[in-house]
Design a protein around this ligand. Sequence first.
Ligand code: ADP
Ligand code: ASP
Ligand code: MG
Length: 413
Amino acid sequence: MTARVIIQKYGGTSVGTPARIRKVAARIAETVREGERVVVVVSAMGQTTDQLIALAHRVTASPPARELDMLVANGETISAPLLAMCLAALGVPAISLTGLQAGVRTSGHHSKARIRAVETDRLRAELEAGRVCVVAGFQGVTEDLEITTLGRGGSDTTAVALAAALNASVCEIYTDVDAIYSADPRVVKRARRIEHISYEEMLEMAAVGARVLHPRAVEIGQLYSIPIHVRSSFKKRPGTMIVAELPMEERSRVRGVAHETDIAKVTIVGVPDRPGVAATIFEPLGEAAISVDVIVQSVSETRETDITFTIAESDLKQAVPLVRRAAETVGAKDVKASGGLAKLSIVGTGMLGTPGVAGRMFRTLAEGGINIEGISTSEIRITCLVSNAQAEAGVRALHTAFELDSLITRGKR
Ligand code: ADP
Ligand code: ASP
Ligand code: MG
C-alpha cells in the first residue's frame, strides 16, 4: 500500500443521533476529498451500551459474561452501517465492518478482552479498492470466533490498534470535548486546555479515571509511536497531541488531576508473614482479569500482616470469593470488603525529583476535611483513596492548590 492511512474514531455522543451521524459523514467526506485514505472507528450511539447492559439486567440478575458480550457488541454493529450508509449517500465509497471482519483478534476475557492481533488483509483490500472502512469499535473475536468486548471506552483501543496495524500516520480521536484538560472539564470549570501531553502522563491520567481515553489505547500508542490527536467532533480547532517528548515549556510539576469513583477496598486481615503469600492472593485475580491497585501491606511486628488493595466496585462480586479462597489457603484470619470509594490522583512528569508535592496534596485534602483511606504512588503520580462523596470537591481543591486553574471560566466547549 502506498499512501498512508489515517484513523478517525468517533465516540458515542458524536454519533448520538441520525443528524450527528450525517455530520460525522460530512466530515469524513472532507478528509477523503483531501486525498487521505481513511479508516473510521465508531462507538455505539449515545447511551446504547448502558441501555443494553440495563436490558440484560432486566431479564436476569447475573447475565453470563459471554452472552453479555454478544449483546453489548451490537451497539457498535448498529452505528457502523448507519455511518457507512451516510457516506454512500454523499457519494463516498464506504463499507462497514464488524470487529471480526476487520480482523480484530482478542483474548477470551469477556467484557475486558485484550487485542492480540489485527489481521489487516480485508482492511487493506478495501482501502486498496478506494473504500472508507467504517469499523465497529469495542468488539473483537477470539480464535474460536467467540465475540468479545474490550471494556468500557474500548473503541479508543480499537482505533489505536488499527492505527498500529496499518502503520497510520495519525489516530484522531473525535469526542465531545475539544481537548484534553488539566481535569475533567465537567467537574472543574476552570480546567486548562493541554496542547501536548506525553504518553506517559496520559497513560497515568487515563489509568486513574480520566475517561477521555481508554488506558490501553494510550499504551498501544506509546508502544508503536502512534501520534494520537484528541479533538472535538463539533469544532474544527485542533485539540491535544499525545506525543513522546514534550516541548520544554510545557513541563511543569503537576499537569493534571484525575478522579475515578466506584472503587472498592478489600482487606485481608491476619496474613501470615512468609514468602509466596501475596502471590497466592493476587494470582487468581490476575487470571480473572481483575485489575488491582493501591496495594498496601502493613508492617509486620507479630509475624502477621494486613494486606489492603483496591479494585473497581463492579469487580467486587467476582473478586470476593477468589480472595476468600486464597485467604483460606494461606491461613489468613478474615476478609473485609467495602465500596463507595474514589481515587484522586495528581499526575505530571515534572513532579519527578520535586520535593513537597505529596505533602501539599495531603495538606490540601486535610484542609478540605477529606479523609485519606489509602495512598499509592508511581514516579509521576500520587493517588489518594477518599470517599465517593468527597471526590469532586477534592479534585477542585487539588486543581487550585497545584496552580492549574485557568484564568477564564469556560462555558460549553
Ligand atoms: P466518547 O464517547 O467520545 O468516547 P467519553 O465520554 O468516553 O467520550 O470521554 C469524553 C469525556 O471525558 C468528556 O466529556 C469529559 O467529561 C471526560 N473527561 C475526564 N477527564 C477529562 C480530561 N482530563 N480532559 C478532557 N475530558 C475529560
Ligand atoms: N460503546 C462502548 C462503551 O460505551 C465503547 C466505547 O464507547 O468506546 O463503553
Ligand atoms: Mg470514550
